[in-house]
Write a protein that binds this ligand. Structure first.
Ligand code: NG1
Ligand code: MG
Length: 503
């Protein structure tokens, strides 16, 4: 049932039919506008989609596997390659994002000022990653400039990864212009993960993996460690059909302005939990791994169980018990306490984990964050096992009920152990469950943004109406009905990044 995802991205010469007529019109409008703006046609479009995470929240940066799917909303970049220049011009169909112009440095880093909320930084970060990838492989990037027109329709700050869609499309567009014409998908993912960190968020790799590797009709089981891998997984074919409904709280969370107390802080807490557990377990210093700050809980688990042949869920169960025992300070740990356990000075501790991405906290919640990560990783295993055993009888709802229950548990854990929910997300989930959702949870980083719900087709209308009455119209009195309509998306798993040559 599980075929590996194709490895290389080839340039499509014919409009990919799965994108349908409505998208085709959007692509054509973009190309027409490009020609009008720059006076000559674009050569190709680089496209990368947003994603919704179904299960496995805030565990990718600790290198545990996740289960997202690509959605149909995406980011498009129409590109014209200009030979023998190094000038990049980038504009957006939305006037609120002003046109920018800059030069590609012949050597050295392309500068990005992560302190500024500047839309074109996402393009710069993808371009910088592409230059570094090519140079790292000993290839010299072609001396070309680009004229670019962007059009994205993934809502930003909503947990659907508009940022990854933009970064992946940018890296893809740049590789197509400056590389040798073939793009290895996994290389693209790895470079886009690093690229996004240039913009100031210490993110994991889920979004870029789902955006690039997405497969029409399937969710993806994505592993990061020891190497990146994506396996398509199908949902049970039930009658009535199962759908994923995404509902936006319309409350946005911006990791760039609040990272010091939420996202980046969680990465620091989890990394320190791994280092402190290693110390308490008398493991020699943890080897560096691909965790954003050099260590991960997955790395800790592998070292702790090195040479023992145990299934992943058993290892996680054991590590959960270890965590409960050794990270026993429910009120959290101060910098002084952590430094003492790790035999470091406070200054060394700060240098190690809190300088690259600054954070604010007096107490670090190592216990609850580590417990969430390990239990959530365990939920992903259970979820995937259920999907792999999907029943032949389409009217049997037993497995669907179990899948939904796992999603509900994930939400509770995000809310109570990870403190990344908010009242609006909790409300959308409660309303949906009462109206017929099997499972409801926040998706993406949280603190606002979107929720995802597993809903049988015949209940979708009831769920939507309940949200309209009990959430949107109450929270935003007088809200336009189109606004409510666009906040709710029924999405099927969509395909990943493509390069499309314009004829
Ligand atoms: P969102 O909030 O959708 O950008 C973020 C991270 C993911 C992952 C989730 C939480 C970025 C770019 N992405 O997603 O890697 O950690 O939060 O599961 O920061
Ligand atoms: Mg994002």
């Amino acid at each position: 049932m599980s075929e590996p995802v194709p490895e290389v991205l080839t340039i499509e010469e014919i409009y990919p039919p799965e994108f349908g007529a409505a998208q085709k019109q959007r692509w054509e409008r973009l190309l027409a506008e490009f020609k009008e703006r720059y006076g000559a046609p674009a050569h190709y479009i680089a496209r990368s989609p947003g994603r919704v995470n179904i299960i496995g929240e805030h565990i990718d940066y600790m290198l545990f596997s996740v289960l997202p799917m690509a959605i149909s909303s995406d980011f498009l970049l129409a590109v014209r390659v200009i030979p023998n220049t190094n000038i990049i011009k980038i504009a957006n169909v939305l006037e609120k994002f002003p046109q920018r112009e800059f030069q590609v440095p012949a050597e050295g880093e392309l500068e990005i000022d992560a302190t500024q909320l500047e839309w074109s930084n996402y393009f710069r970060s993808g371009l910088r990653g592409a230059l570094e990838l090519l140079r790292g492989k000993g290839l010299s990037p072609k001396n070309v400039g680009m004229e670019i027109l962007a059009n994205g329709n993934v809502p930003s700050g909503a947990g659907l990864s508009s940022s990854a869609a933009f970064t992946c499309a940018s890296a893809l567009a740049s590789l197509a212009a400056m590389g040798d014409g073939t793009v290895d998908k996994k290389e693209l993912v790895n470079l886009a993960v690093v690229s996004e960190r240039y913009v100031g968020v210490n993110s994991g790799g889920m979004d870029q993996s789902a955006s690039v590797l997405g497969v029409q009709g399937s969710a993806l089981y994505i592993s990061f460690h020891p190497t990146l891998d994506a396996i398509p997984v199908a949902f049970p074919k039930t009658s009535p059909e199962l759908t994923f409904v995404i509902a936006d709280t319309l409350v946005t969370a911006d990791k760039h302005t609040t990272g010091t107390i939420n996202y980046n802080l969680r990465v620091v807490e989890c990394t320190l939990a791994a280092q402190i557990l290693a110390k308490k377990l008398n493991l020699s210093q943890l080897p560096k791994d691909a965790g954003p700050l050099g260590n991960s809980l997955k790395g800790l688990m592998d070292q702790h169980f090195f040479g023992k042949d145990l299934p992943l869920d058993r290892k996680l169960e054991a590590l959960i018990e270890v965590t409960k025992k050794h990270l026993d300070k429910e009120e959290g740990y101060t910098r002084e306490e952590m430094a003492e356990i790790l035999d470091l000075t406070v200054e060394e501790l700060v240098q190690r984990c809190m300088v690259k991405f600054p954070i604010l906290a007096s107490h670090f919640q190592l216990r609850s964050r580590a417990l969430h990560v390990l239990q959530e990783a365990h939920r992903v295993v259970t979820f995937k096992t259920l999907l792999d055993s999907s029943p032949p009888d389409p009217t049997d709802t037993k497995i669907t009920i179990q899948l939904g229950a796992i999603m509900n548990e994930s939400h509770e854990s995000c809310k109570n152990l990870y403190n990344c929910s908010c009242p609006e997300l909790d409300t959308l989930c409660e309303i949906a469950r009462l109206a017929g959702s099997y499972g409801s949870r926040l998706t993406g980083a949280g603190w606002g943004g979107c929720s995802v719900h597993l809903v049988p087709q015949d209940k979708v209308h009831a769920v939507k109406e309940a949200w309209r009455r009990e959430y949107y119209e109450k929270k935003f009195p007088g809200i336009a009905s189109e606004k409510v309509e666009s906040a709710i998306v029924v999405s099927k798993p969509g395909s990943g990044a493509v390069l499309f040559r314009v004829r």
